[in-house]
Design a protein. Sequence first.
Lengths: 272, 622
Amino acid sequence: MLSYEFRPVGLKVKTERRECVKVENKLYKVFEKWLDEFSELYDGYDEGVEMIKNIKPKPTIDEVHSALIAYEDHPNIKHAGLLLSAVYNLVDDKIIVFDVDLDVPIDFLGYKLDKRKVLVNYSRVGDLMGWEASGVVINCGEVRDRVGYLASGVVINYKEIEGLMCWGASGVVINCGKVSRISWWTSGKIIAIKNPVNFDDELNHVKSFLREEKCRKIPKLIEYFDELKNKLDEGRNNPELLLGIFGDNPVDKIRKDVDELLRKTGYLRRWL
Amino acid sequence: MSGGDNVILKKLWKEIFDKFNYPALNEPEIVDFLPGPNSAVFVWEERKVKISKEFIDDLSKYMPRENAIQGIMEHEVGHYVLFPRELSDQIYLRAKAFKHFGRKSQIIYHYYMDIVNEATLLKYGLAGSELLKIRESCNKMLISKGIIKDDSVDINRLMLAIYHFLMKLPPFQLNQKERSYFEKLKEIPYLDLSITEHIGSMYNFGKVIEDLIPENKFKKQESGDKGFSEEMPNNDLDSDNGHGSCSIDSLEDISNNDLNRALSDILRKYGPHAFKISKEYLKKVRPDFKDFFDDERYSDKKSSNSKNAGIERAEFQLNDELIPLYKRWANCYGLYIVKRPFEKDSTSLYRGGKKEYEVGDPIHRIDIFGSRGYIGVPGISKTYSEEEGTIPSVEWSIPHLFVGIDSSGSMDHPASPRGAPQVLAAFILANNYYTNGAYVGGWNFSTDIAYLAPSRDIDAFYSLMCGYWGGGTVLNVQKLKEFLATTEFGEHKLKFSDEKDYEKMLELLPHEKRKEFLDKSLEIDMSKIKIKVKKLDNVIITDGYIFNPEEVISYLQNMGEITRNFIFLTDKEKYNEWSRMELPNTWVYLADEPENLIGLALGRGKALVEESKYYNRGDGYG
């Protein structure tokens, strides 16, 4: 008896599978799951930490950023900063350069940044960058609003923040770029190498606030931050170059340097 | 030699055609010259592989001629059958590559496409040593032509090393410099990935090889229109005859129709943001590309020429510029609507007046008594004339569509990067009802209502659905009923309610009635608008967070007694709450994700099929 088998033309290729090495990026799956399940009602950061912990070996920063680009068109990508922050705090890298061109600016970049880490942003990001960060958060890109809220580390702005900076911050806040407003509700040191666009009079009542006019009288302070910016630009594509600048404890390093410069001019004593 | 090549190609094509399971391709061709690197290419528009004769000549210096042709053919057919396979994926990947790598994107994209294609071919046993040999020969060829140096890093060798690593072959020998690249490249996944994952892998791949692509690969700025622009992806790579070792094809010859279909696929598979960047990319590389859905009326938001322009209320934003996007998106989905019996005007002929008989008039219309015995005499005999009129009758037909869309602050804005699922669902419904000859209309609500009577003007409907109020959600049912009672079907004029209407109405009510109304115990009298409502399919798309749910439910209850209600809820909790309510003739569906909502629109079709079986048994309503 005859029987015929009609194979689907051009659709399913008859193959003999060869055994091969399986290279997979587990981070993709985690990213997809996290984004699919994200809800504004739960703590995406803690959830992210739990998910990332299980990935062996630990993902690299490049892998994280490529996953971010891969899922750029996901509806929840706006919130991906929370997951990114979880990864930044779990990977071994100390210096993290965020230089990813995204159409949808992400929120919560550098959320709860560990005190041993430095985050340098060169891109356009959304709101709440560096929320509750205890590390060093540096902006060399464009941020929409609410930068360094409740941060206990160091927050430096070199380029542009459209909204408010450092509400409730208890660390060191330095503005060398363009910012709409700096919050007066802060217990940290505020150094405005450039004054905010909208100067809040309340700022004058903040005990440890140094405005632009006074900063001009401390050229070494300005030089220090100019030099830091140049070094950051050099290390933009190779973050390892920046390791030597910040040492093991970047927050302490900047604090000490700033204190030293201020001590010489007498400001620190006056503040204390 | 070309004649010999053709014989080899013919013989090999038979084997390859069978091996790849008869793909829908035309017979390959050997040509004298190909634009770009002058190697081999799969031409999408012609569904054909073209190989440059010179490329075969060059390769045959390092490997047998037959093997060279076989390797090339397997590689090129692989692009059609395996990767990137779909034109939509090809455009999307190119757009992404261009976004991140600018003018180097063309080369990065092609190398990435080659590596995925060849690794897949090797993995599935569709290609073998011939393919590996081609990469090796390409490297030797480039060295012999002086394009690269002996000790420089060549991507062909890196690709070979990756294939050896992936297929567990003996390690391919690399120098120190090459090893550093290889270590990074081998960590990137290439096989069995989704397109989303491919984007991530392509980005990583591009970052590694970016500095290996020399700037002199690109033509220098030329004067005139055809000059290379910094912002443009380079379609005109230098034809250095070095066969840059990757096949460069372009989107230049692909028809507008194919490109439009591909764009629709991108929108359906990857969403509005992916569609936007792909379209922008296409417009750059193909200035002659014409989007079939582009409409000049909606091209500029401010100078919108739509019918509703000028009557826009401050709080109600019309987003007419989004209409082409949602029209295209909705066009990807179909929906089956079951006819429903309801009273409608049907045409019928009746005997009108009388006229004098003319030759050729039907005999059966002759008025025998009025003709006084002269039958069939022109000018003397009389005939009845027939006239057309309408009579009400019950017919099975597609009802008109009446969609209530929630555009309060809790709903997605139509312009959000993910798109607004409620708007998409409304467009899908409207497309299908409209195509079936029904009227489409509805209302857009938050605390106020923008109302459009059902009509055959689908553009006015689209405009209404893309509108956005923002704010809270209080449904003014009385006003809606008033709209239904006072408007005539067919008129396409946008009307607005006002919060003041509601307050005014409350003020006018007697004290007892007002209390009754505020306690939500008022029965809504629908009898006056029953005939109109009976012709409608009533659809509400909302998240369910409505300030006055009792009133809305009462409205639905009343509507349900006359017609059928379909409620799409975008919130899970509210869905659980609403689905427990036993409303007559009402179907409540969860639509918490765009996919669900689209599925529901289609799922609705399935449900309707079940209903039709029920009706056809003869025990349904109607």
